[in-house]
Design a protein around this ligand. Structure first.
Ligand SMILES: Cc1cc2nc3c(=O)[nH]c(=O)nc-3n(C[C@H](O)[C@H](O)[C@H](O)COP(=O)(O)O)c2cc1C
Length: 218
């Protein structure tokens, strides 16, 4: 029997899980985000699973306008051509919305109140196997998503981005991150403006889940 302590308000929990979206256009670029609030989200993120429970992840918050302005052109150098190339192909309405939103963020990346960089204390070995890659990134990604959920529950919006990683070393030098450390994601974070997040349309579980044998659906 489930005890009261293990019972959740499923409406609330499911709404958080299905409506935590990447926030770009609706990010308030004017309102600073208190560091304590980010630390609260990171405290929660630290409860996500990690391989071996080793706590080899770290977080670096960039809220210094000068540093944000230095990172921005590197993010833009990658983001602009990437998004332009995608927009030139065949895109449906939903993809076009994501492209517009991602392009907005590229244009305004220097203005976001905080850039939260998720880090891991070591680097994958050259030629790492799939098992090593899965264990490695699987020890960071759940925490990043928990951070996004905790942020949303506190009125903050964030977006998972990876464009700057193509210039990982330059950003590491700017921020004094040692060569042994890996950057995994950069999340612009700010209060969100407006409301009315709705779940995106996704393929139903019954179509993409197989039981016992590949392609055998329920
Ligand atoms: C690993 C990963 C990398 C991503 N990189 C970027 C990025 O560089 N720039 C960006 O604007 N969005 C990026 N995204 C966000 C996706 O585009 C986003 O999840 C997708 O648009 C779905 O939108 P939703 O989460 O709001 O439903 C990334 C997401 C993931 C998980």
């Amino acid at each position: 029997m489930t005890s009261d302590a293990d019972r959740f308000d499923l409406d609330q929990v499911d709404r958080l899980l299905t409506t935590t979206k990447q926030v770009r256009k609706r990010m308030d670029l004017e309102r600073p985000v208190p560091r304590e609030l980010l630390l609260e989200c990171i405290d929660i993120a630290q409860h996500a699973p990690m391989g071996g429970n080793l706590e080899r992840n770290r977080w670096l918050v960039v809220d210094d306008p000068e540093l944000k302005a230095q990172i921005a052109p590197l993010y833009q150098q990658v983001g602009r051509p990437y998004l332009a190339a995608n927009a030139a192909g065949e895109v449906d309405e939903g993809q076009q919305r994501v492209l517009d939103s991602a392009t907005y963020l590229v244009d305004h990346i220097a203005e976001v109140p905080a850039m939260v960089i998720a880090l891991r204390l070591d680097r994958l070995p050259e030629g790492a196997s799939n098992a090593e890659i899965a264990g490695y990134h699987g020890s960071v990604a759940p925490g990043v998503w928990s951070f996004q959920l905790a942020a949303r529950a506190r009125g903050l919006g964030s977006a998972w981005t990876t464009f700057h990683l193509f210039h990982e070393q330059e950003v590491a030098e700017m921020l004094g991150i040692p060569e042994t450390v890996t950057q995994v994601a950069l999340l612009p974070v700010g209060y969100y403006k407006g409301s009315g997040f709705t779940p995106a349309s996704r393929r139903p579980a019954g179509e993409i889940t197989y039981f016992n044998r590949w392609k055998e659906t329920a």
